[in-house]
Design a protein around this ligand. Structure first.
Ligand SMILES: *Cc1c(COP(=O)(O)O)cnc(C)c1O
Length: 382
């Protein structure tokens, strides 16, 4: 495959003709990160109290247009808490996509609930409203105002779509299905900071939306996450649960339920504030890189994943669709052997040992994409 060497050369050209290793997604710290970290250290406020925590929450709420934002130690824990907040309980079932990062499924398991793996759409790479509707029509019934699985008898409580690589799912249609079947919508927006569906930021459509600031995400706090709400009461409950459910008091320690220690430390929030100051540039750079890739792959007759209709994507991780698994494996080998990091999309959740017995729908698109999708370098270029 001579053209694969063209691809590698093109990627090197995009990344300033670098001859060294090109990672998939490296963080960049070109702003006030060090300044704000020094402020934390100089003030001794490095931990669970400090001005950057509140500032990061306020600024992220403004950026996303969410009414409230609550920081968390990471995205996985934020997802777990989000499911708990919408009322997912032990023994419930939760619908999600088969093609996702493991954290989505694990968060459901942490609630002692059961995931149901449904197919994705080929264009959005995210949960297919049609497939969800079809599965529910065959397997679910509404009883006493709630949705029940006719086969297992369990309650189906929530639906968790994930905006894969930053490309928004069909939210309008999913919301319709959730309303019809009385499911709570929780958006796994870990990959989609800076992505919009019909002009509104992803993660603000569901009852709760979750962001991640892991080192490989669009912006990073080292490790971190955020819950987004349009509901003061739910946001306050989240704040309470992430801070040991401590009742506010100047010196007394009293706790009114079983809470968690999930608050993001001030030093992480400090990095987040500095990163958020640069977000417009970061998204612009990522979209420019995507548009260069798009033109290039058009000429090579290789499918490049573009933002869905009516959406504006952050292009967190760029992705191409190869002809089949053999071609995919060949490309993975040639690129990684040549110091250009690429990687296949995740293995389907329904294939993993701990999840292979769970219920699933017809996964035709997921299986097709699983064999063909490869992520290519997507770091911000300064
Ligand atoms: C990164 C990611 C998470 C979890 O984020 P962490 O902050 O690493 O815990 C959850 N879901 C998806 C889809 C992700 O990509």
């Amino acid at each position: 495959m001579g053209s694969f060497h063209n691809v590698i050369n093109k990627i090197r050209a995009i990344y300033n003709n670098s001859e060294g290793f090109i990672p998939l997604h490296a963080p960049v710290f070109n702003g006030n990160e060090k300044k704000y970290l020094n402020e934390c250290i100089d003030s001794t406020f490095v931990s669970s109290v400090g001005k950057f925590v509140d500032r990061f929450e306020n600024e992220m709420a403004i950026y996303t247009g969410a009414k409230n934002a609550v920081v968390c130690v990471n995205g996985t824990n934020a997802l777990h808490l989000a499911l708990q907040l919408v009322g997912v309980q032990q023994g419930d079932e939760v619908i999600t996509q088969a093609l996702t990062f493991i954290a989505t499924a694990n968060a459901i398991s942490y609630c002692r609930a059961y995931p149901i793996f449904i197919d994705v759409d080929r264009d959005t790479l995210g949960l297919s409203p049609m497939a969800v509707k079809k599965w529910l029509a065959a397997n679910a019934e509404i009883k006493k105002g709630a949705c029940y699985n006719k086969v297992t008898g369990r309650r189906i409580k929530a639906c968790v779509p994930m905006h894969t690589f930053g490309h928004p799912v069909r939210l309008d249609e999913l919301i319709q299905v959730c309303v019809e079947y009385k499911l709570e919508l929780v958006e796994d927006a870990a990959e989609s900071l800076g992505s919009y569906y019909k002009g509104r930021h992803t993660g603000t459509y569901g009852k709760v939306g979750v962001l991640s600031f892991n080192g490989n995400k669009t912006i990073t706090t080292g490790g971190g996450g955020m819950l987004l709400f349009n509901d003061n009461v739910l946001a306050q409950k989240a704040k309470h649960l992430t801070t040991q459910a401590k009742e506010p008091h100047a010196w007394e320690f009293s706790h009114d339920e079983i809470g968690y220690n999930l608050r993001m430390p001030n030093i992480n929030a400090a990095i987040g504030c500095a990163q958020l100051e640069q977000i417009d540039f970061i998204i612009k750079s990522k979209r420019e890189t995507a548009s260069i890739y798009k033109e290039f792959f058009k000429e090579l007759d290789i499918d490049f994943i573009c933002e869905p209709k009516d959406c504006r994507s952050n292009y967190w991780l760029n992705a191409i669709v190869l002809k089949d698994k053999a071609q995919r494996d060949e490309f993975l080998k040639i690129s990684n052997d040549n110091g250009v990091m690429t990687r296949p999309i995740w293995k389907l959740m329904s294939r993993l040992p701990m999840y292979k017995k769970e219920q699933k729908g017809d996964l035709e698109n997921s299986i097709w994409l699983e064999d063909r999708i490869v992520n290519i370098p997507s770091s911000v270029i300064f």
